[in-house]
Design a protein around this ligand. Structure first.
Ligand code: ADP
Ligand code: MG
Length: 421
């Protein structure tokens, strides 16, 4: 079945064909009809399988033709997402698919000034894409009214709970009409989110695609045993062996992101970092540069693990293993999106073995091991200018220590001579 055969508006069909979306993906095929019928849906499908359009298409179609179509009536659909970057991206998808429908989508998220957001809200919008924190603030201050909301979408809902947004979400939901449609979308699900979901929805249609292997089939993923201090050499090697490829690297902490960037800089590799300590302007700038390919290496913390859709990311490197097993699935899912294929490799140091075990337990299978023999391992380190740099640095340090020693020795000798006099 093609999108042309769907009972959706001509405007939406035209946008889809412009995007080169000809046939629905599995999740779109299964989720669009029940959403159009007004049912609640709980959908779990692998990363990169087109979940955004699976809710955006039917939501836009419903809002284009349903009753109460006057914008002054208020917001009709709220989409909650865990991060600012994801909020912007999903707004973009609604805008692209909704072009020509006159349905207006708007994004509010933290990290930017409230003023301009408020002005836009007052001008009237139909669909609001938001992170729960900022949404909660604006609702509490009376700038956003949710009484007319007909559809609530929670994307990456399990992660919003992890981030501690549960209170905001529960509060926000009390402001929504009881009579509404609720849609949950994610690539992973856990018990808490299942409970929340079932407490919010009404006899949902549950759609699950490929639950047995949460890692998308387009991602070829493996693990490589690398000592903690040698990781930078192996990253350098991955980058230098793939000069034309876009590579996304995940690290455990913000500090490590900066440190890895420095290490790459020392061996002549340009990269950008993105993490929670950067202000929103820099975060957006980093995303822009990486998206356009102006910079081909991005070093990120888990803020970018979820939902981010950057076409052309060929490689994901887990420089550090993720502490939350499900984040493994999300991180490697930043490659191999849509029809693309991708490669993911995880560096596992001996001290990370327990984390790897947990991830494999979560996946219910072992991750393929990329064996590196001893010679190859040593060569990777030896070939690095960083290794040279270290060697030179060591020499320099030795020279300096020696010079200092010499001065000290001289001083001591002079003192001795003075005493003798
Ligand atoms: P998910 O939310 O499942 O991780 P996204 O909604 O971000 O995935 O979509 C992943 C990629 O697939 C995007 O780049 C999107 O443009 C593309 N895509 C989505 N639906 C289709 C389709 N029907 N045909 C072709 N490409 C699609
Ligand atoms: Mg998504």
């Amino acid at each position: 079945m093609k999108f042309d055969d769907y009972r959706i508006s001509d405007e939406i069909k035209r946008s889809l064909s412009k995007l080169n979306f000809i046939k629905p993906t599995d999740i779109q095929f299964k989720a669009i009809p029940p959403i159009m019928k007004g049912e609640d849906v709980l959908a779990i499908a692998q990363t990169g399988t087109g979940k955004t359009a699976a809710f955006a298409i039917p939501v836009l179609d419903k809002l284009q033709f349903g009753k109460n179509r006057r914008r002054e009536d208020g917001i009709k659909c709220v989409v909650m997402v865990p991060t600012r970057e994801l909020a912007l991206q999903i707004t973009g998808v609604f805008e692209q698919i909704g072009r020509g429908t006159r349905v207006k989508t708007f994004c509010v998220s933290g990290g930017v000034e409230q003023g301009p957001q408020i002005a836009q809200l007052e001008a009237g919008i139909d669909i609001l894409v938001a992170t729960p924190g900022r949404l909660f603030d604006l609702v509490s201050q009376g700038y956003i009214r949710l009484e007319r909301v007909e559809i609530l979408v929670l994307d990456e809902a399990d992660h919003m709970l992890d981030l501690g947004f549960i209170h905001d979400i529960r509060q926000l939901i009390t402001r929504l009409p009881r009579q509404r449609q609720t849609l949950f979308f994610s690539a992973t699900i856990n018990e808490t989110i299942k409970e929340l979901a079932y407490s919010l929805v009404n006899k949902p249609v549950r759609i699950q695609i490929s639950p047995k292997d949460p890692v998308a089939k387009n991602v070829d993923h493996s693990v490589m045993y690398v000592g903690m201090d040698d990781k930078r050499y192996f990253l350098e090697r991955v980058v230098k062996e793939n000069p034309d490829k876009k590579i996304l690297v995940f690290v455990r902490t913000k500090v490590r992101a900066e440190r890895v960037q420095k290490a790459m800089e020392r061996v002549g590799i340009e990269s950008i970092t993105i993490h929670g300590d950067k202000d929103q302007k820099d975060r957006n700038e980093a995303m822009k540069k990486f998206r356009s390919g102006a910079v081909k290496l991005m070093i990120a913390t888990d803020v970018s693990a979820r939902g981010i859709d950057i076409p052309g990311v060929d490689y994901v490197v887990n420089y550090d293993l993720p502490e939350q097993p499900e984040n493994y699935v999300h991180r490697v899912g930043r490659t191999g999106r849509g029809k693309e294929h991708g490669i993911a490799v995880s560096f596992c140091s001996p001290e990370e073995q327990p984390i790897l075990d947990e991830i494999q337990e979560y996946l219910t299978k072992d991750i393929k091991v990329l064996a590196v023999d001893k010679d190859d391992y040593e060569a990777t380190i030896d070939f690095s200018p960083e290794a040279n740099h270290d060697w030179r640095a060591l020499l320099k340090e030795a020279e300096e220590t020696e010079a200092k020693d010499k001065i000290d020795r001289n001083k001591r000798a002079k003192k001795k001579a003075k005493k003798k006099k």
